[in-house]
Design a protein. Structure first.
Length: 402
């Protein structure tokens, strides 16, 4: 049985940064485990004899006090004194009217005495409310849903988590690992879904995430057409790995293109989808504008298309594998460094990473027809092209260099 007491692997980096003066800002989708991580770090500090305090800004008492003035923090904790560092944890910092000013004032006046570790569930608000005033004062950490390595860790396959995607895949455990990979591709990496004991409970948890927490994103963003927002989410879910055309979507559901683009941006900033741009070298034959869509979590994606059927019988298993490879890259690269290549004549390569290496993803190696990619190879002879398929994906190292 999976161990529910385990913490996310990022906690090591958070603890190291927790010793520094800079503000620690943890961002990610709702229910990825940010609050649990903060409380784990607080518990560790308390056990070491440290002084800590925890505030959740969904509590209006704290929110109203902190909005009036940052120093109202000291209505709830003593003023820090020299030689006694206080670590303050603030959950859901985006709910403050001016979180940037709040953090800047406390940091500037109490640096070395007050350590701030804060979380936020929407980079939409963080981008809006955090200006350049915190430059040099903060470090941002992103907590997505679990990747496959973390999934193995929480499933008590600790010894294997560092072997997959390292270039040294252990064939001895091939059957077990592919069964676990199939589970991950269907149910995704939300912690409460990973730890749920059976498919019925997993489905219930995903429904709760979609109905409660995605709708909370809708409420917080003051979206005027919530049904249309969910409709666009469903459309995106049906075309992972495909091009997104806001104008076409808008015409189909009766919304202006700019509204569709705004809703897609909110989905990105709420850490549900990613839109990756095309790779091109200023030629008229290559696409320059339209983006490809991927989901940050397979389980949430499958909820929105209402399909949790087993991997071998799915028509979209190739798209799920492509989305999985995207998640591999997104753990190491910014979306801007993850591109796709496509021409007006629909010749395509799935991923171009940093303009240095290219990858095509097929569920089966037999689906790969090398002649289709000769135009790309001729045009970009310095960019090696590699095939990733289901049988070699666990041996693929996304960080390998050419």
């Amino acid at each position: 049985m999976a161990n529910s007491t385990k913490s996310r692997l990022i906690i090591k980096d958070l603890k190291v940064h927790g010793k520094r003066d800079e503000i620690t800002l943890l961002i990610g989708a709702r229910q990825t485990g940010k609050t649990t991580l903060l409380k784990d770090i607080q518990k560790d500090l308390n056990e070491q004899g440290g002084t800590t305090a925890f505030f959740n800004l969904e509590d209006k008492t704290f929110l109203e006090a902190f909005n009036k003035h940052p120093k109202n923090l000291f209505q709830f904790i003593p003023l820090p004194v020299s030689g006694n560092r206080v670590t303050v944890f603030i959950d859901e910092i985006q709910y403050l009217d001016d979180p940037s000013n709040f953090l800047k004032l406390l940091y500037d006046e109490y640096v070395g005495q007050l350590k701030l570790i804060v979380s936020g569930s929407s980079s939409f608000y963080i981008d809006q409310k955090f200006g350049d005033s915190l430059a040099g004062r903060k470090r941002i950490f992103h907590l997505p849903t679990m990747n496959f390595r973390e999934f193995l860790y929480f499933k008590d396959f600790d010894a294997l988590k560092d072997l997959v995607h390292s270039g040294s895949f252990p064939r001895l455990y091939e059957t077990d690992l592919f069964a676990l990979l199939a589970e991950y591709l269907i149910w995704g990496g939300y912690p409460q879904v990973v730890l749920a004991p059976d498919p019925a409970e997993k489905k219930f948890r995903l429904r709760e995430l979609a109905t409660a927490y995605v709708k909370k994103d809708i409420q917080d963003a003051v979206i005027k057409h919530p049904d249309a927002y969910l409709n666009i989410m469903q459309i995106a879910a049906k075309q992972i790995g495909g091009l997104v055309n806001p104008n076409t979507i808008g015409k189909n559901i009766g919304l202006h293109q700019m509204t569709v683009e705004a809703y897609l941006l909110i989905m990105q900033k709420s850490f549900h989808i990613s839109l990756i741009p095309p790779y091109f070298k200023n030629t008229t034959t290559e696409l320059r504008k339209m983006r490809k869509v991927y989901f940050q979590d397979h389980g949430l994606r499958n909820y929105f298309i209402n399909d949790f059927s087993p991997l071998p019988i799915r028509d979209d298993r190739g798209e799920l594998l492509e989305n999985y490879v995207f998640r591999l890259f997104s753990d190491h690269f910014d979306d801007w460094d993850i591109r796709y290549w496509r021409t007006q004549k629909k010749l395509e390569v799935d991923f171009v990473i940093e303009g240095k290496r290219a990858y095509e993803v097929k569920y089966s190696a037999a689906q790969f027809k090398s002649g289709k990619y000769q135009f790309f190879k001729n045009k970009y002879p310095d960019i090696p092209l590699e095939l990733i398929h289901y049988n070699n994906v666990l041996n693929f190292d996304p960080m390998k260099k050419y």
